[in-house]
Design a protein around this ligand. Structure first.
Ligand SMILES: Nc1ncnc2c1ncn2[C@@H]1O[C@H](COP(=O)(O)OP(=O)(O)O)[C@@H](O)[C@H]1O
Ligand SMILES: [Mg+2]
Length: 348
């Protein structure tokens, strides 16, 4: 109830989960407003799934607190469970059953009578573009269809809060767009969505607020605009004709873009962020164009040039000074980041 009055679907304070030596979630504070998509952005192993599992009551936290709609995820797990649904890296549908059979079965398990379960199933299959595949076994679905039936299954009963754990990882662009449309439709129905992703553009497309997590810690949080102001709206990648001109090019770019310029391992390549805090309202493209003109004026030959949204790696570089694959200096565990089993799962 307090969650309703405070307008927060999720509120965590100092949330911790450890697996042996690994602090998978290391003091996470989150405030997720109701009725929005909240993005949790981070690389593989950042602690996204572990966080989601604690919030969905599938894992018991080792420290801190988490409330979902005002209910404590440990002490009031039943209340939490009645209001949330989860999909993503979990098998909720049965591969050997058809799309229709799955949805009807799950609908019946949720307490609907046969007719209601069938009707709801048909509606969802239609809404998710799966009518033609309704009679096919799920094991014959494409990756994109599979992701859509997973989401359909998780919203059979419209949940107040839906966890989508990397719903588009590994999908082709068309399927990603279909899933994005579904997420938008789900939110339009009043459901709050917590979406985890490794893709900045996905968080950008869907989420109102984004938390960036790295090694179990929130390293940045804010609206998309705030996040972009801190990491830059885009990056310029360029390759020079002549490696000898790189120091000069670096200086020109630094002045023109008012940004840090990075030397790539390739001796003719440079990367710089544009459209960040110092952009003076100038668009990234405009800034980049100006920088190119300055380079030309300086007699620097550019063979290849591109302007793109910052990748997750670049966001991480901007926020943490290391990329998503490098170990932090204080991390003495080597690269022992693989899973060691699931003994702690479903403990709560
Ligand atoms: N059941 C588990 N047992 C041991 N280590 C785990 C377990 N689940 C996750 N981890 C570890 O915790 C860290 C965070 O994992 P996870 O939450 O799955 O990250 P993400 O979902 O962001 O990829 C990783 O180092 C992972 O290897
Ligand atoms: Mg995960």
């Amino acid at each position: 109830m307090s969650g309703q009055t405070s307008g927060l679907a999720i509120e965590t304070a100092g949330l911790v989960k450890t697996f042996g030596e690994t602090r998978a979630v290391d003091g996470v504070d989150l405030s997720v407003p109701t009725g929005t998509v909240y993005g949790v952005l981070g690389p593989n192993g950042a602690g996204k799934t572990t966080t989601v599992k604690m919030l969905a009551t599938l894992l018991r936290p080792d420290g801190g607190e988490a409330h979902v709609f005002g209910h404590d995820v440990v002490r009031e797990a039943d209340e939490v469970r009645s209001r949330v649904s989860l999909t993503g890296q979990y098998a909720s549908v049965d591969e050997d059953l058809t799309g229709t059979e799955n949805l009807v079965l799950l609908g019946r398990l949720l307490g609907h009578d046969k007719k209601a379960a069938r009707r709801r199933g048909e509606l969802l299959l239609e809404a998710f573009g799966l009518t033609e595949a309704a009679g096919k076994q799920v094991k014959h679905y494409s990756g994109g269809m599979r992701r859509r039936i997973d989401i359909a299954a998780s919203i059979l009963n419209t949940p107040d809060l839906l966890f989508l754990d990397e719903p588009t990882t590994g999908l082709d662009p068309r399927s990603r767009n279909q899933v994005w449309d579904i997420v938008r439709a789900v939110v339009a129905q009043g459901t709050t969505v917590l979406l985890t992703t490794q893709y900045l553009d996905e968080a950008d497309q869907l989420a109102s607020r984004i938390a960036v997590i790295d090694r179990g810690k929130v390293i940045a949080e804010g609206t998309k605009g705030e996040l972009k102001a801190s990491v830059g709206a885009g990056s310029v990648h360029l390759r020079l004709r002549d490696a000898a001109q790189r120091p000069q090019a670096e200086e020109v770019l630094r002045l023109a873009l008012d940004a840090d310029v990075q030397r790539e391992p390739d001796p003719v390549a440079l990367t710089a962020r544009v459209g960040g805090g110092a952009a003076n309202g100038q668009g990234a493209a405009e800034q980049a164009a100006r920088a190119l003109a300055e380079l030309a004026r300086g007699g620097i030959v550019v063979d290849n040039f591109s302007l793109g949204q910052p990748s997750l790696d670049e966001v991480f570089l901007a926020l943490t000074g290391h990329d998503t694959r490098t170990q932090a200096p204080q991390d003495t565990q080597g690269d022992d980041t693989e899973r060691h089993g699931t003994k702690d799962e479903a403990a709560a």
